[in-house]
Ligand binder design. Structure first.
Ligand code: PMP
Length: 452
């Protein structure tokens, strides 16, 4: 590869080469890699990241959306240190009051949540929700939408196939393993649905209704492609009719579309909700919330065998859910502080209007230089799509010009705008008008060079 493309990240490159010796690809998640080499960060502050070479970046990745208050927010820091100081420990390993406090908060603000269980990641939350649905309905399969991400486990990693070579037709997508190491038999238990196509989805659901425990979806795909309101309302109605549970994966959309998640915006109550990211205030977290009747399957009480695992007389009495770090007090302290800040008067509105301001200004600059471009998004997340074609689902995203977008993003990095090339833009409450102006200016500089 071309070494030190940016001419200003020599130290990053050197450290990357060292990392590569002991970490495959030099990254701890494949998505963190980009060419010519990922940039090693050393410090964060507010809306900014600083790399090991001393370059400053306005951060729009924000740890894939998790850092809604930006880097090192004082209220989060204070809450975390206070929690550790006053309790005298990092974690109890027993029940504690913050678990209840956070659960009460989630029950209060998120329509579909009546009870809560914690996990340590979004992936674990979607896995737990799926297990609950299978246990509750006593049906074996789940359905997910093409291109929707619910974490990288075998049951979910089945629907991204960029050249569509094995993906089936638009109205009847097929399960395709997205990774090496996923045994072929996983395809049999996951049904793939076409997002924002109600008619085709309904047909598939009716066909498989007797074996489907749940439909899981991102109400806003990848955080930026909104479900059409009639579509998502239709899905709620059909799933209810067919005895299939509806799981909203709000790991990305939670606290980012509104305080009550995307479900509040759409005015739809799912049976189960998976949360993560913002909920942990920058620490690893996940949670499943939902209808009491379903959630209670995991409760080791009410005359059920107190064993939390295994079976008795051939019957399993409780749904297994465990995790050494579940409900981590330090994490919940950070999450509660984050929610408190977000709940302040006008905070969420300001965040969302700042996001719209950036979107509008970017659209104007791209138009000025003759690019076919639109921003697609909702709430405090959006993406830049280099096409005028409508973006409604995964297959539509393939039509956008990714080659030029990547080139733009790499040039933006050099100018101090951090998005991992081709990633979405997430905003924080600490991004300022000046950040927005600088971001638009950097785009203008790049687009001028690449003008059509
Ligand atoms: N679901 C969605 C919608 C997500 O965006 C993500 C993470 N990007 C996950 C699940 C998985 O969360 P985690 O990375 O915390 O396991």
């Amino acid at each position: 590869y071309e070494p030190d493309l940016y001419g200003q990240t020599g130290k990053s490159e050197e450290l990357y080469l060292q990392a590569k010796e002991v970490i495959p690809g030099g990254v701890t998640a494949n998505i963190k890699f980009f060419e010519p080499h990922p940039i090693m960060m050393e410090r964060g502050q507010g809306s900014k990241l600083y790399d090991v070479d001393g370059n400053e970046y306005i951060d729009y990745l924000l740890c894939y959306g998790a850092l809604i208050l930006g880097h090192g927010h004082k209220r989060v820091y204070d809450a975390v240190f206070q929690q550790m100081r006053e309790s005298g420990t990092t974690i109890f390993g027993t029940p504690h009051v913050l678990e209840t406090k956070m659960a009460q908060k989630l029950v209060e603000i998120i329509p579909g949540i009546e009870m809560v269980r914690y996990t340590n990641s979004g992936l674990e939350a979607t896995m737990l929700a799926t297990r609950m649905a299978i246990a509750y309905t006593e049906k074996p399969k789940i359905a997910k939408f093409e291109g929707h991400y619910h974490g990288g486990t075998n049951e979910f990693l089945l629907s991204v196939n960029p050249d569509l070579s094995e993906a089936g037709s638009e109205t009847e997508p097929k399960a395709v393993p997205e990774s090496k190491g996923i045994p072929d038999y996983f395809r049999q238990n996951t049904i793939i649905l076409p997002f924002n196509n109600l008619e085709a989805t309904e047909q598939i659901l009716r066909k498989h209704k007797d074996e489907l425990a749940a439909v899981i979806l991102e109400p806003v795909q990848a955080g930026f492609i909104p479900a059409n309101p009639e579509f998502i309302k239709g899905i709620r109605t059909i799933t209810q009719e067919l005895g299939i549970l509806l799981i909203f994966d709000e790991v990305k959309t939670g606290f980012r579309m509104s305080m009550g998640g995307a479900q509040k915006v759409y005015d739809i109550v799912p049976d189960l909700t998976a949360l993560g990211k913002v909920l942990g205030g920058g620490f690893p977290v996940g949670a499943v919330g939902g209808r009491k009747e379903i959630m209670m399957i995991s409760a080791p009480e009410d005359g059920k065998d107190i064993l939390t695992t295994g079976s008795k007389n051939g019957k399993k009495e409780v749904l297994f859910h465990s995790g050494t770090y579940n409900g981590h007090p330090t994490v919940l302290a950070a999450g509660l502080a984050t929610i408190e800040v977000l709940e302040e008067e006008g905070q969420m509105d300001r965040l969302i209007s700042a996001t719209h301001m950036l979107r509008n200004q970017l659209e104007m600059v791209y138009a000025k230089y003759g690019f076919d471009m639109q921003t697609v998004g909702m709430g405090s997340i959006f993406n830049i799509m280099l096409t005028k074609e409508p973006i409604q689902n995964y297959r539509d995203t393939i039509k956008a010009n990714a080659k030029i977008r990547k080139e733009i993003d790499q040039k933006l990095l050099r100018l101090g705008i951090y998005t991992k090339p081709l990633n979405r833009y997430s905003m924080s409450v600490v991004h300022t008008g000046e950040d927005i102006a600088r971001t638009v200016e950097a785009h203008e500089t790049v687009l001028k060079q690449l003008r059509r």
